[in-house]
Design a protein around this ligand. Structure first.
Ligand SMILES: [Zn+2]
Length: 165
């Protein structure tokens, strides 16, 4: 039994940290969405202030710290849903604004489409190119270059053979 459980634990390393990251993300997004209404009756109440502004930030900052410490790569969506500067969970419409931008002349070039996510807390803008095609990975580029070179060599050899004949 003990051996079996050890084998299972090995299959997913740092399973508890993955669970913690998922929990922190859920908690941060939930608190950012369901923020208690801001009241100005007692501004000195530190607990209420933390609940209104600080807690989602704190949880998201902890999430980033956990992933960095354990060297766990965050998923694409999770990484993009947290502000890089102030760690606010970015919810379109509530804590962030999302819009498309095209700075080419008259917006004619579809490859110049850029998704801009604006954090309402610290006014940082994240920009993601959407229309442009991603450059291929270096290994793929090398393979393509090698294939082209091989094809070039082959044609060259054929030419040489033709000349000899
Ligand atoms: Zn921010």
């Amino acid at each position: 039994m003990a051996k079996g459980s050890a084998g299972q634990a090995k299959s997913v390393p740092n399973k508890h940290l993955h669970a913690r990251i998922a929990y922190l993300h859920q908690a941060a997004t939930h608190l950012a969405l369901h923020r208690p209404p801001i009241t100005h009756t007692d501004p000195s109440d530190a607990d209420l202030k933390l609940q209104q502004h600080g807690l989602p930030l704190l949880l998201a900052a902890q999430l980033k710290a956990v992933s960095q410490k354990a060297q766990i790569r965050l998923s694409h969506d999770m990484k993009r849903s947290i502000c890089k500067v102030c760690s606010t969970p970015l919810m379109p419409g509530t804590t962030s604004e999302t819009r498309m931008e095209n700075l080419s002349r008259a917006g004619k070039k579809p490859c110049a489409d850029v998704l801009v996510i604006h954090c309402r807390n610290c006014h940082t803008k994240k920009r993601f190119p959407m229309g442009a095609q991603r450059q291929k990975k270096k290994a793929e580029r090398k393979a393509a270059a090698a294939a082209a070179a091989a094809a070039g060599m082959a044609t060259h050899d054929n030419e040489v053979e033709m000349k000899n004949v």
